[in-house]
Write a protein that binds this ligand. Structure first.
Ligand code: CU
Length: 336
């Protein structure tokens, strides 16, 4: 009788759990991209490849296993409590040990862990094996703010500090997540972040991109993302780093290519296109210089061959323009 009532209660509980699961789903649908949402549960929605993979690992691999194990243990507890209490089972069995059962409850958890490890390591590999970068950014943690560099584009020391509550409200941004200077990156491009720290250990973390990388003084850690949508994304320092740990947010602003180039130029740097043009010009200049030097050398050689031997420019001096130039100063260089 008591057992039936328990079954009834547990089915009601299961129904409630399903209902709350459905509300969670609707909360999930209303989530704001790039920042936490009041009253929502579950992970923040993804805006980069690593986060999609992390959500798959959590939702499809881990949660079903955790739920199944929890329900199994709950069912066993209920079964034991109902079937083997003193009233239902006045004469208990006296045996102990059962080899078959013990082998099963050792081997099955090992198999479950191996199954989880397979997906876990493949996710770790995705974090580790980074695609070729389009933009490289260096993020340095300070007590208590972040500084960003674009080493290849010549932009250095963009300091990023928390907005005051008043300024955040004025800007319509979330307080404690918004910064005065965001890290600006182009959309749809592979961004490598070299993470380090100046003083103590911080951590560069941003949920929507699936980032969480320790910032350790004297060490460069790598992470990467490829933002899928233009917008503003928020994260926080995620390693307790001192009294203002809560006041060093990470704001990443994802913009179009053109806007990114504008930003780099305004920040005093050079865009990839500018650098490529400069490199091409330098190459052309170098080729022209080499051609001119060769022509000069040839002309000098011809001149020394035709000129009388009393001249100060010997044939050997024509080998390189530098030596030719030295030889052209008669007082300093004794004639051979
Ligand atoms: Cu910190």
């Amino acid at each position: 009788m008591g057992f039936r009532r328990l079954i009834k209660t547990s089915s009601i509980l299961a129904g409630m759990a399903m209902l709350s699961g459905m509300t969670a789903m609707s909360a999930f649908a209303a989530d704001t991209l790039g920042q936490p949402t009041d009253g929502a549960i579950d992970l923040q929605p993804a805006a980069a490849p690593l986060k999609h993979d992390a959500i798959f690992f959590h939702d499809v691999i881990l949660m079903p296993i955790i739920t199944a194990i929890t329900l199994l243990v709950l069912a066993l507890l209920i079964w034991i409590a109902v079937r083997y209490n003193r009233k239902s089972n006045p004469v208990p069995a006296k045996f102990s040990h059962n080899t078959v059962v013990e082998i099963i409850w050792t081997v099955v958890p090992v198999l479950i862990l191996v199954f989880i490890a397979f997906f876990s390591f493949s996710l770790l590999r995705k974090y580790h094996d980074m695609p070729k970068p389009d933009v490289v950014v260096k993020a340095t943690g300070f007590q208590w703010y972040w500084a960003y560099d674009y080493p290849e584009l010549g932009v250095e020391g963009v300091e990023s500090r928390v907005l005051t509550e008043e300024d955040a409200k004025k800007a319509g941004k979330p307080y404690l997540l918004a910064a005065d200077n965001a890290l600006v990156v182009p959309v749809g491009k592979v961004v490598h972040v070299k993470v380090t720290a100046f003083d103590v250990i911080h951590a560069f973390a941003l949920p929507a991109f699936g980032l969480k990388t320790d910032a350790v003084p004297g060490r460069l850690n790598d992470t990467w993302f490829k933002a899928e949508k233009v917008g503003t994304y928020y994260g926080q320092c995620s390693e307790l780093c001192g009294v203002d740990h809560a006041y060093m947010p990470i704001e990443i602003k994802v913009v179009t290519d053109a806007e990114f180039d504008d930003y780099i130029i305004k920040a005093g740097g050079k865009t990839k296109a500018m650098l490529a043009t400069e490199a091409r010009a330098a190459q052309t200049q170098a080729a022209a210089d080499a051609a001119k030097a060769a022509a000069d050398a040839e002309a000098a050689a011809t001149a020394s061959a035709t000129a009388p031997a009393t001249e100060t420019a010997p044939a050997a001096a024509a080998e390189t323009p530098a030596i030719a130039a030295t030889a052209a100063v008669p007082a300093a260089t004794p004639a051979q």
